[in-house]
Design a protein around this ligand. Sequence first.
Ligand SMILES: [Zn+2]
Ligand SMILES: [Zn+2]
Length: 111
Amino acid sequence: MTLIRPAAGSLELIERDVPSPSPGQVLVKVHACGVCRTDLHVVDGELPHPAIPIVPGHEIVGTIERVGADSASDLAPGDRVGIPWLGYSCGVCEYCRSGRENLCPRARFTG
Ligand SMILES: [Zn+2]
Ligand SMILES: [Zn+2]
């Protein structure tokens, strides 16, 4: 379900091709996804400059479907995984090194 027009009050069902995991990535089949208050602010058009289109929801539980080439992790198809809202942080900046990864200037977010 994708938000195309904030404040329109509805999400649109959009069929997408299933992506192939790139090297270092995994493909996850989503079983459940939390929708938090920030998502609702975006859907209701209450936040400026949302990245549209967007699929709301960024707290995910699912299972690994496929593992990309060169994956250094021990994840395997069938493994149950959780994915947090904070999808990436650099690990080397002062925020990351002090346990405040949410403030990392190079952070990327799920969803
Ligand atoms: Zn959230
Ligand atoms: Zn960082």
